[in-house]
Design a protein around this ligand. Structure first.
Ligand code: ADP
Length: 383
């Protein structure tokens, strides 16, 4: 038996004179190899982004973690494969142990209102009925399914529909905390849910709040809830860009807004107005998405462009804002919502659920980009 392992190092038992000693792999070699891997959203290599943690080299065994900025990263598997390949092909390396982890960074302005919440994302629309609440509920569930901790706040004072969509009909409980008594958001489909609807004696009655009341009421709903640590808190905004919506956008610490539109011109025109209203308030546009984009016939499988699909994508390009994706018009999206289990939880492998999942990943990427850009200019609080 030769006393030489694959690296040419002797094992002390054989003929050491025959050993061809290759230099042990160094930390620099490993980092140089990993530096060839790019994060496609942040457009930088994962070494200079600081993603490599706990690098350890023990003889020919190289171990490290790749810590992404979101668990909802669609190229996680590909990055892991590249890391194994690049490091594994370095001379002297026998085994590569990679673990993929994530640490969602905060983009919300520092403040006491939501100390444990890293990102607050408004889901808005130019008008009612475009599927804003349906989108908010499904995106929240989709983000939660990636392993992120997620909350969903129903701030649609005109018609709080989130409790119904998420199937939550419990009464709120209150817990004593060091910061005083706090409402405990019930959890449904892996998401912590809070709604004005929980506080109303009769949710079917209209809530008549003017702008300032909306701002302070929703701030209270947010601040008096025991959210704990959340990676993403999605806020289902009131529809349109009236007083209530705009006051709310200025009253809570938003990371940015997602605008939901339908493809037809009228809806799109109103969505663009909403988008511009948020821009004028200096709220970051995380993206625009097209709901009820097209219809796939259950029987023949043929795709029908009922409302001339694709308008939102073109508008996004024109306005230079991110386009997050398209969701089909599908009977089971509505049925699942009506039954209190969003389609992403009910049939996670269906094409409809996959459409929501892809948008959730695109949204998480935009939040990571926002965090990265902020971090380059201002130091943020650590959470
Ligand atoms: P908004 O919050 O904008 O008022 P909702 O989310 O309440 O809109 O949706 C309005 C109606 O459209 C609901 O009945 C909902 O189930 C349905 N809906 C929303 N998106 C879709 C879709 N992609 N396919 C089919 N029905 C949808």
């Amino acid at each position: 038996m030769f006393g030489i392992n694959r690296n040419g190092q002797t094992n002390g038992r054989g003929d050491s004179a025959r050993a061809v000693t290759s230099p042990a792999v160094s930390e620099q070699d490993v980092l140089a190899a990993l530096g060839k891997i790019q994060d496609p959203d942040l457009r930088r290599d994962i070494v200079s982004l600081g993603f490599i943690k706990d690098l350890a080299i023990d003889q020919g065994v190289v171990s490290f973690k790749i810590e992404l900025t979101t668990p909802a990263c669609p190229v996680k598997g590909e990055m892991e494969r590249q890391a194994r390949e690049y490091v594994g092909s370095l001379p002297g390396v026998e085994r590569v142990n990679v673990s993929m982890t994530s640490q969602v960074r905060s983009t919300t302005p520092a403040g006491a209102l939501l100390p444990g919440v890293r990102n607050v994302i408004a889901i808005a629309s130019g008008k009612g009925g475009v599927g804003k609440s349906t989108v908010a509920a499904n995106l929240a569930v989709a983000l939660g399914r990636t392993g992120a901790s997620v909350g969903l706040l129903d701030a649609d004072i005109y018609g709080p529909s989130i409790p119904g969509l998420m199937g939550v009909h419990t009464k709120l409980t209150v817990k004593d905390t060091p910061a005083g008594p706090k409402m405990v958001p019930p959890e449904a489909h892996g998401v912590k849910v809070m709604s004005l609807g929980f506080l109303l004696d009769d949710p079917s009655q209209p809530v008549i709040w003017r702008g300032p009341m909306v701002g302070s009421g929703v701030r209270q709903l947010l601040g008096d809830a025991e959210w704990g640590q959340l990676d993403y808190l999605l806020v289902d905004m009131p529809p349109g860009t009236g007083d209530a919506t705009l006051t709310l956008a200025q009253s809570i610490p938003l990371s940015g807004v997602v605008v939901v539109s339908q493809p037809q011109d009228v809806s799109l025109g109103i969505a663009v107005k909403a988008l511009k209203a948020f821009q004028s308030l200096k709220v970051r546009i995380l993206g625009i998405l097209e709901n009820m984009s097209y219809f796939v016939c259950d029987d023949c499988g043929k795709r029908h462009e009922v409302f001339s699909h694709g308008g939102a994508r073109h508008k996004a390009e024109e306005l230079q804002v991110p386009f997050l994706g398209e969701i089909p018009l599908a009977g089971d999206i509505r049925e699942a919502s009506d039954a209190g289990t969003p389609i992403v939880a009910l049939r996670p492998d269906s094409p409809q659920a996959v459409a929501f999942r892809d948008i959730a990943e695109a949204l998480a990427a935009q939040v990571s980009i926002a965090g990265y850009q902020q971090r380059r200019t201002i130091p943020l609080r650590a959470v």
